[in-house]
Design a protein around this ligand. Structure first.
Ligand SMILES: O=c1ccn([C@@H]2O[C@H](COP(=O)(O)OP(=O)(O)O[C@H]3O[C@H](CO)[C@H](O)[C@H](O)[C@H]3O)[C@@H](O)[C@H]2O)c(=O)[nH]1
Length: 324
């Protein structure tokens, strides 16, 4: 059934890609975004944009009732690990209090379908083996803590009111559908490495002495278009009672050095990275077990690392000081 969705953070990188995928299915979308990190150019002219913070419960309620919406995809949040370490109170307000306010608005507007952006950061330092959704959650930074508390809040509300929800734990998201929707931030490996190579600078590898095949960290890189499709697939579960959590990754790890080699190939330029010290807080390997999402949703990633880096290279835009 085509839905009528409020997409919070719909002017952000992942939110805007998901708006595109929902509309391609024929769903109706209203975006709520305070544009603190999002960009108005990412919102199509024929999509209503409510310029408000998720902390403004009355504005969220009015958007839900005014547009007769029946579900929420909640992307609006802060997502920088180092920033969360420096400013935990800010992260608890934006990510936890923001979610609480949106859920409260849902209760007031009788909206009972909810998709939540969670993160592999909820697991903390994993053993390196592919991690299932039942693995212990022991986040190692405030960003991960706020995402995990959000999952607990959803579970509590589900038990109390029957709220139907799906929580998606994203692994390392990269790539772009096109330049307009692309990630404009410089917070993650792929955009940082591509920007360095475009400038003619050597990218940096944080640590080549890990207990991994080539010594650099291993991550599970998922294309943002695949992630957007996972959200569309997840909405189907909300037609009935639902309280589920899924990893969203490819199920295969690539090392930072493998990413550098892919960047060199895609950019057609030699890349000779600088090997630097380990970055504090980095687990050696984080890879998703994707059995559950494949079996329950029939979703599987279609794009590999080559597609991810190629799409990000083709869509690269002028670096901005902030934004995502
Ligand atoms: O210039 C760089 C940038 C990053 N890295 C390395 O590349 C890997 C990936 O780093 P990112 O910062 O791109 O991503 P993280 O794995 O640290 O974190 C990402 O994935 C997490 C979940 O696993 C959270 O979702 C988080 O928000 C998201 O940024 C790390 O080993 C990092 O040290 C480099 O070597 N050089």
């Amino acid at each position: 059934m085509a839905g009528r969705w409020l997409v919070t953070g719909g002017a952000g990188y992942i939110g805007a890609h998901t708006v595109r995928a929902l509309r391609a299915r024929g769903d109706t979308v209203v975006v709520l975004d305070d544009l603190s990190a999002g960009f108005v150019e990412r919102v199509d002219d024929d999509v209503p944009l409510v310029r408000a913070s998720t902390l403004d419960e009355d504005a969220v309620t009015a958007a839900l009732t005014g547009h007769r919406l029946d579900g929420v995809l909640h992307f609006a949040a802060r997502k920088s690990v180092p920033e969360s370490v420096a400013q935990p109170l800010y992260y608890w307000r934006e990510n936890v209090e923001g979610l609480r306010a949106v859920l409260s608005a849902c209760a007031r507007a009788d909206v009972e379908r909810f998709v939540y952006s969670s993160s592999a950061a909820v697991y903390g330092a994993t053993t390196g083996a592919a991690v299932t959704e039942d693995a212990p959650c022991e986040p190692v930074n405030p960003y991960g803590t706020t995402k995990l508390v959000g999952e607990w809040l959803l579970a509590d509300v589900h038990r109390a009111t029957g709220l139907r929800y799906v929580a998606l734990r994203y692994f390392n998201v990269a790539g772009a559908h096109d330049a307009r929707l692309a990630d404009r931030g410089r917070e993650n490996l792929v955009p940082i490495a591509l920007a360095a190579v475009a400038r003619g600078d050597a990218p940096t590898v944080f640590g080549a002495d890990y207990d991994t095949p080539d010594g650099s960290c291993v991550r599970d890189f998922v294309h943002v278009d695949d992630l957007a499709d996972a959200h569309v697939a997840a909405t189907a579960l909300l037609d009935g009672p639902c309280a589920e959590t899924f990893n969203v990754g490819v199920g295969r790890g690539y090392s930072v050095l493998e990413v550098m080699a892919t960047v060199a190939r895609v950019a057609g330029r030699p890349v000779d990275p600088v090997i630097a010290d380990r970055r504090p807080g980095d687990p050696a390997a984080v890879v998703a077990d994707v059995t559950r999402i494949r079996e329950r949703l029939g979703w599987t990633a279609l794009h590999d690392l080559d597609d991810i880096v190629t799409s990000a290279w083709e869509a690269r835009v002028t670096p901005s000081a902030s934004g995502s």
